[in-house]
Design a binder for this molecule. Structure first.
Ligand SMILES: Nc1ncnc2c1ncn2[C@@H]1O[C@H](COP(=O)(O)OP(=O)(O)OP(=O)(O)O)[C@@H](O)[C@H]1O
Ligand SMILES: [Mg+2]
Ligand SMILES: [Zn+2]
Length: 574
């Protein structure tokens, strides 16, 4: 015997097994119980949501000799015949395969005669929108005056293609896309019966990728369980589905929150290089942003997710404005629609992400609203949403590692990975000399005068430098965990280490350790600078953070309005 696909094995046999369509199954059961069945039904809706299954259940139920609260018993003679496909009075016509002319003609001949074995003769016309005009006309004649022993169930994914004359003669039921939690429940039931061992997270990923279609969910589960032996973990499922995993998605949303276009592109390229499918990426990113939006506006909507994921979403949500999210979903959906017909869908995705990171490039109403939201947020919070502008390009590989990666800061989509960079003016703006005026800080000035050490680049790569150290010099790494480059002094890079007192300072400042640090910086960034270690106490670092934030405000304003419109004014008392 050949292998039977899971979705065939687990076709619902009663109304109560059809998930997510209670609005339909309840009505149908009530009609059956009250003996008020109609003579023509239209089952419309997305593919794989239960139209054919429900039609078959209904066809059995109207004929069952022992219905159970509207459900077919699936045991009586009639049900058995129907289940084995041998009941002559249930006739399935697939309009897609032969466009139905002969069958509809045949049907017109036969409808007159009473059913052979059952109470009703039921015609299930699948993909009815595919019928030829001729077949439609033939069908219409029958629909106009159906004999009392005949029931038509027309099923279609494209009801808008049906003639109004047909639509008006049918009782219509719209099958909706099935929610992630309902699909998850269905999958749980099936894995139990099919003896598949799968982690909850992996199951959720399948449920999400199914995009509302139960059949797709079961097919994906099938694919995963045949390609992977043993327990199905999240990673395995992700590798089989070739879809963006959570790390990637959280990394992308973190980069979006930071307006880090370079970061988005790097992550995207990495994913595409890993063989991920662009269509699936589009879907996943949009779905992920929608989850963040839910976390933002209605956190209770996250209740069907794992606790970790919900917490993670809430964290990212904190960094993104509602309007930004709405615009992001719009921009991506538009690009997704175009990508379907494009020879270069990956580029469209790339462009959409860059557009989202560079709202000043977007003069649409949504883009403007997004920019205004950000201004409001700056005014309300008294600070800018932490941002690394797209212009502020970090070297590609310095993108914050996606969530689930290493440090908690990175996970939050916060740009704490490159904190000092926030306070630094961009090279092309330095000539305009505004930022210096604004900050008046010596640290900034000394950075500006240094051409040879690229403080920004090293800062952006700092986590990588530390990771490198973690491998080569674990002890030094531990002491330097809270360090970061603070300024460039001549040919030397100053590393500020928080709360480095007494002996620790001496250890870090030893010749050997400074050499190791220098080497790590060189290996990661290619910059061969001298290293000076300075102790930064907490007070000082919060002072510095304030200063950086001020500079950040200027940067934000420039990004939103463009540098030609922004002028930094001296302090009042100046
Ligand atoms: N609502 C549902 N509840 C449970 N299982 C479902 C549901 N919808 C679909 N399935 C699963 O998917 C399989 C296919 O479903 P079905 O043929 O009823 O979908 P359909 O809506 O007719 O799809 P299409 O539009 O492609 O014809 C079923 O055998 C079942 O395993
Ligand atoms: Mg169908
Ligand atoms: Zn029965």
């Amino acid at each position: 015997m050949g292998y039977t696909a899971l979705y065939r094995q687990y076709r619902p046999l009663g109304f109560d097994q059809v998930v997510g369509q209670e609005h339909i199954t309840t009505t149908l059961k009530n009609q059956l119980i009250g003996d008020r069945v109609a003579h023509a039904y239209l089952f419309a809706g997305t593919r794989g949501t239960g139209k054919t299954s429900t039609a078959r259940i209904f066809a059995r139920a109207v004929n069952c000799l022992d219905t159970q609260k509207g459900n077919p018993c699936n045991k009586c003679e009639i049900c058995n015949l129907a289940l084995s496909g041998k009941l002559m009075d249930i006739i399935e016509i697939d309009a897609a395969s032969n466009r139905g002319v002969d069958e509809i003609r045949d049907l017109r001949e036969k409808v007159k005669y009473p059913p052979a074995e059952a109470r009703y003769r039921v015609y299930i016309v699948d993909e009815v929108h595919m019928l030829t005009a001729e077949a439609f006309n033939a069908l219409l004649k029958t629909l106009e005056e159906p004999p009392s022993h005949v029931i038509f169930i027309l099923a279609t994914t494209e009801p808008h293609k049906l003639p109004a004359t047909v639509l008006s003669r049918c009782q219509r039921f719209d099958f909706k896309r099935i929610s992630v939690s309902e699909i998850t429940e269905l999958l749980q039931r099936v894995v139990k019966q099919a003896d598949i061992i799968i982690d909850r997270g992996a199951l959720e990923v399948i449920a999400v990728s199914a995009d509302g279609a139960a059949r797709d969910a079961l097919s994906l589960l099938d694919k995963c369980s045949t390609l992977q032996q043993g327990r199905l973990t999240l990673d395995r499922v992700v590798s089989v589905l070739g879809m963006a995993n959570e790390k990637l998605l959280f990394g992308l949303s973190a980069a979006l929150a930071c307006r880090d276009a370079a970061g988005c592109i790097t992550l995207l390229n990495r994913a595409i290089k890993d063989g991920r499918d662009t269509g699936q990426l589009f879907k996943d990113i949009i779905y992920h942003l929608r989850d963040i939006l839910i976390a933002k506006v209605s956190p209770s909507g996250l209740s069907d997710m794992s606790k970790e994921k919900a917490e993670h979403l809430l964290m990212v949500a904190d960094k993104l404005e509602v309007n930004t999210l709405i615009r992001a979903i719009d921009v991506l959906s538009e690009a997704q629609a175009k990508a379907k017909w494009s020879a270069h869908p990956g580029i469209l995705l790339e462009v959409a992400l860059v557009k989202l990171c560079e709202p000043s490039m977007d003069s649409s109403i949504e883009g403007l609203i997004d920019r205004i939201s950000r201004i409001e947020s700056i005014v309300l919070k008294g600070k800018a949403p932490k941002a690394a502008s797209g212009k502020d390009k970090a070297p590609a590989e310095d993108v914050p590692e996606p969530a689930g990666a290493d440090s908690p800061e990175e996970v939050q989509g916060d740009c704490t990975v490159k904190p000092a960079a926030r306070g630094k003016s961009r090279p092309h703006e330095e000539n305009k000399s505004k930022p210096d005026k604004q900050s008046g800080a010596t640290a900034v000035e000394s950075r500006n005068t240094q051409e040879d050490i690229d403080l920004e680049q090293i800062t952006a790569a700092w986590n990588k430098v530390l990771k490198h150290l973690e491998k080569s010099k674990k002890g030094l790494f531990t002491l330097l965990k809270n360090s970061r480059p603070t300024e460039a002094k001549g040919a030397a890079l100053v590393i500020g280490c928080q709360a480095l007192h007494g002996i620790y300072y001496d250890i870090v400042n030893s010749k050997e350790n400074k050499e190791a640090l220098r080497e790590a910086i060189y290996t990661v960034t290619g910059s061969g600078c001298e290293v000076v270690v300075e102790s930064v106490d907490n007070e000082q670092s919060s002072l510095q953070a304030d200063m950086e934030q001020e500079c950040g405000l200027y940067e934000e304003a420039v990004e939103i309005f463009g540098s030609h419109l922004v002028e930094a004014l001296e302090d009042k008392d100046d």
